[in-house]
Design a binder for this molecule. Structure first.
Ligand code: HEM
Length: 622
């Protein structure tokens, strides 16, 4: 770290040190020990081979000293047996994924080691345990070209410890994990083309079943119903909130909490016209804050975050937060950062090796600290409610929950307790903030990128609503173009690309496959929102996807950004209301453009959600 100070790209820093050490540790443990496990198993299975190895050891080494590497050349049979164990044990069957470095768009390449170690044109009896593969007619050790369990010797990513050390690592784990989420959401579609629309993927951790394409995702999510209503236990989340809340709970507790949250939020106007005034008020505040920027470049992300968050805050906590409230703004920034960290390599490593990651430093520790601050904030709100709570006059979700706690005192399994109240409120607050505001953040970016589409939306708003009042939900049916643009922003924004994982509650059949109880299942939303058999131009921003020949709004079955089935997004109706009212109100008041000389970039940042790279815009009053 001290030597090549100027070369920051070489990665000589503390974080890389932690990860490289982790790579060596894991790569040097799991692989070699698995091979030894196979070795002993084969020795039990073939006692006559075991006896021949022992005869050679006794003859060459004797019993008074340990076998040494210098004996190896005199022990061809033992050496052949070890090689054959490695060949037939085939512990890294698919090899580690490589990615092309030049002239292709990060294509994943897998050179299957199974196909090499069992190649029928290379091995005499590929499927039998036969040390003879490595012995010549005179019983001398014989090298074989197709013996490549460490991957390829000439490849730069051959196992670093590999054949000299008799461990078995094969490349580095971090690039694999780092690319895992990217790899999953971009490459799974390509694998689906080749292997079908049900894939089973295993990245060092438990098996995940991936469903691809509108038809398959819809069929499985609807047919499996309750059976697919579980969530897998992810150590990173479990260590923070156990199985509390709305998003990660499963079973009876989840059912009770979801039912209660939906009916309570509906009572306060979720999905109904009665909520419109509170969203209108927030639109007014947001527009005012934006006009205070006087057309100068600024990043609207935190403002959008705050405005959207206020809508759910009124429902859950009973009040909104001023845009000048620095504590609240830094809380929103914490959520933003924690959600980003939770979608990164550290969280994936944590979920794979929790026993280890609990002990090593790194950004995953930061994520815990950030979430703890958010939980403390929610707990403070809950405690304040408990002080002045009046059962006859419930003000918000928290008050209603406190009332339900008294009613359902005896049903402890339903989760009506203070700890669960904190995490349920947190879930509503976070899920209700990040997703909708990220969609609006994409929306303004697309409007800058396609000013002609922005102008058509504004023309429709001017014609239907005019400038003297705010757009209302009752205008929506008369604004098919604006509605189509919002839908297209949600489709192409694809903010939850892999959906949230589900888990099977019972052993089950998906297609022709048997899926054991507790398996994680992911219905990829990318594969649905970009399904080439459903969308005319899946990769272009095209509001025409949602318009018929006469320019009327056209619903599309494959429009599933909120997922579907038993755990479909609980806030779908709220989000749809918010998107229409905020978006049309913003375009009624402003024209958005990129700062002079800056070309809007559609690059994204992938954390838990898929978010635009931070950008600035100019909002000029109309
Ligand atoms: C554009 C905005 C939004 C998008 C794209 C979105 C998307 C999603 C998706 C894909 C899921 C996973 C569904 C599944 O497992 O199949 C989900 C779950 C959830 N969403 Fe949303 N969401 C949005 C807004 C909201 C809002 C405003 C709220 C606040 C009430 C909310 C609350 C939730 C909750 C509580 C869950 C978990 C439901 C459960 O596990 O039963 N979401 N959302």
């Amino acid at each position: 770290m001290e030597k090549p100070k100027d070369d920051t790209n070489a990665g000589f820093d503390e974080e890389t040190l932690c990860f490289s050490t982790l790579d060596l540790f894991i790569g040097g443990t799991e692989t070699a020990s698995t091979t030894l496990c196979w070795g002993l198993l084969y020795m039990i299975k073939y006692p006559e081979i075991q006896a021949k190895v022992q005869e050679e050891i006794d003859r060459v080494v004797g019993g008074s000293r340990q076998p040494s590497l210098s004996d190896k050349d005199n022990m061809p049979y033992t050496n052949a047996v070890i090689h054959e164990i490695q060949r037939i044990g085939n512990t890294v069957p698919l090899n580690l994924v490589r990615a092309t470095v030049k002239e292709t768009q990060s294509t994943a390449v897998i050179c299957s080691l199974t196909s090499v170690l069992f190649d029928e044109s290379e091995w005499e009896t590929p499927h039998s345990f036969n040390p003879g593969h490595f012995l010549d007619a005179e019983g001398k050790f014989r090298r074989r070209d197709a013996f490549l369990p460490f991957s390829l010797v000439t490849g730069e990513r051959e196992c670093v410890l590999g054949s000299n050390w008799h461990g078995w690592s094969c490349s580095s784990f971090s690039p694999l994990c780092c690319s895992a989420s990217l790899f999953l959401h971009q490459q799974v579609a390509k694998f689906a083309e080749k292997y079908g629309d049900i894939l089973s993927i295993r990245f060092l951790g438990p098996r995940i079943v991936m469903l691809n394409g509108y038809k398959r995702v819809k069929e499985v999510y609807l047919q499996q119903g309750d059976n697919l209503a579980g969530r897998p236990v992810l150590p990173m989340i479990y260590d923070m909130a156990e199985d509390k809340g709305l998003v990660v709970a499963s079973g009876y507790k989840w059912k009770q909490q979801r039912r209660f949250a939906l009916s309570t939020l509906r009572n306060f106007g979720l999905g109904k016209k009665s909520l419109e005034p509170s969203i209108h008020l927030e639109c007014t505040f947001l527009n005012e804050a934006i006009s205070n920027e006087h057309g100068q470049p600024f990043n609207p992300q935190i403002l959008l975050n705050n405005a959207v968050s206020n809508v759910i805050c009124v429902l859950v906590f009973g009040h909104r937060f001023e845009y000048s409230d620095n504590d609240f703004q830094s809380l929103l920034k914490n959520i933003n950062e924690a959600m980003f960290l939770d979608g990164r390599v550290w969280a994936q490593l944590y979920n794979m090796f929790p026993w280890l990651m609990r002990r090593v430093p790194g950004p995953h520790k930061k994520s815990f600290v950030l979430w703890q601050k958010v939980i403390d904030f929610v707990r403070e709100k809950v405690n304040a409610h408990r002080v002045d709570y009046d059962q006859s006059n419930p003000r918000d979700y928290i008050d209603c929950f406190l009332a339900e706690m008294e009613k359902l005192k005896d049903d402890t399994a339903a989760g009506f307790d203070v700890e669960n109240l904190c995490i349920c409120s947190l879930d509503l607050f976070v899920a209700g903030t990040e997703t909708t505001s990220t969609t609006l953040y994409w929306g303004l970016l697309y409007m800058m990128k396609y000013p002609e589409i922005q102008a058509k939306v504004q023309e429709e708003i001017d014609r239907v609503v005019g400038g003297s009042r705010q757009p209302s939900l009752s205008d929506k049916d008369n604004m098919p173009y604006t509605n189509a643009v919002i839908h297209e922003i949600q489709r192409i924004g694809n903010i939850v690309p892999l959906n949230l994982p589900r888990a099977t509650v019972e052993d089950t059949q998906i297609g022709t496959y048997f899926i054991p109880k507790g398996t994680a299942v992911i219905g990829s939303l990318t594969s649905v929102l970009f399904d080439e058999s459903e969308w005319e131009t899946p990769h272009s921003f095209n509001p025409g996807h949602f318009l018929d020949a006469e320019g009327k709004f056209r619903r599309r079955d494959a429009f599933l950004p909120f997922s579907l089935g038993k755990r479909v997004c609980l806030g779908e109706q709220l989000a749809r209301m918010e998107l229409f009212l905020f978006f049309s109100s913003l375009l009624q008041r402003f024209t958005f453009s990129s700062p002079a000389g800056v070309e809007p970039s559609l690059d994204y940042k992938l954390g838990t959600t898929r978010c635009p790279q931070p950008y600035k815009l100019c909002a000029v009053s109309r």
